[in-house]
Design a protein around this ligand. Sequence first.
Ligand code: C2O
Ligand code: CU
Ligand code: CU
Length: 500
Amino acid sequence: MGIKIKLAAAAVSILVISGCSNNKQADEEMDHSQMNEEMEEMDHSTMGDMMEGHMSHDEVMMLNDSTGANELKIPSMLVSDNDQGVEYTVRAQKGKTEIFDGIETETYGYNGSFLGPMLRFEQGDKVKIKTINELDDPTTFHWHGLEVAAAVDGGPHDALQPGEEKVIEFEVTQEAATLWFHPHPEGKTSEQVYNGLAGLIYIEDENSKSLGLPNVYGENDFPLIFQDKLFDDKKQLNFSAAKNDDGTIGDTLLINGTLNPKLTVNKEKVRLRLLNGSNARNYTFKLNTGDPFVQIATDGGFLNEPVTLNEVTLTPSERAEIVVDFSQLDTEKDLALINEDGSVLLPFEISDQGGTVTRIPGVMNDFSLTEEEMDLPVTKKIELFGMMDMVTINGKKFDPERIDFTQQQGVTEVWEIYNKPDMMGGMTHPFHIHGAQFKIISRNGEAPPENERGWKDSISVAPDETVKIAIQFKHKGVYMFHCHILEHEDNGMMGQVKVE
Ligand code: C2O
Ligand code: CU
Ligand code: CU
């Protein structure tokens, strides 16, 4: 831990003057003395360090435009070890990957040198996974969004030492969704994910197979894992050099590990399963032409109805499935998926083939938030606060020995999550809970937007925003809840709920 510092009034005004672009003009109204008191209690290495790092987070480095030089890589689908059932072997490995032509970058991956395969489950499957740690450091295997017992959830208590292996078993009870898996070792999650440990999980069910949506993997149904990296001059990831305590941000986008990706599609409806797998960057996805698309699924399942949008924002760990209808777009024009600021994320190349006829049904699910759930009293309060390594939940940092909350298995409770602004205005924290999918009741007292009226396991919480969610755990054990800016998680912005 760093040296304790006390923020003097003078230092506070320097921070305010040096100005962050997102400070929401709230500075004057903020109670600086209260801020000082709280920040006094926290550790930090140096003042200069904090200012520099935090400012670079606010004035977020733009991404380089994708040149479209390389066809998008599609993660392979993992094959079961046993043709009688679903048995997978997942190895965390280190390796070398040719991300840039002719250059080897040292990376991590699952069953390969970079990223991982896609694990496909069907609702009702009894799954067995042999997890093996072939890294030189402890790691865990966390199934983000999966409703399983805490004993197999792969949180920080379940570290496998180098060379160790462990078989886990669970039954898939939840509905069709796009989930993912990544490591979760205490204090090391950001580095291991940054180096390449992340993979996809698809759950399919009777509903998803009968809706008629595009579902041919790699043909009209594509996963897109968005991750930004900062390569050093030797084109290495060099996490310790790139690291920012407020979340590591890079200028180079990789989609599914592909540098300068392009995607070739037919003139048909194309389903894109977007996953923000970045350590910290938020994305607002839109088409360069301004044309609309539809969102069909949230983190944990289908929306009841398709929602037409011009853009969709995802904070780290959130997913959205969207369908772009290339048969309806002007394919004479250059088409691309772009970010809010205009940077080109994924250019599309349109083949002259017509492709398959698929549909987007008007009704896709029966998700509901009942009056009863909406009327439940708030029984758990979460206050997110701070920045850099001074991040806390309810004023505390993670302690693996401390249980912050308890909740009964199978009982729905309402959690209220508040993001308390700081003297610089604060920043959005993506809040995630393990082992359950939840429902958003409200954002600042208002019903959530239509594209958030579905199952969620992560939610963006803007500065000074209060969100209410209804959550029920189907299994028992100790689960993590935390900010999914991975450096915030590693810096202790995490707590534990024990489900009994
Ligand atoms: Cu994506 Cu605690 O996890
Ligand atoms: Cu998780
Ligand atoms: Cu955070």
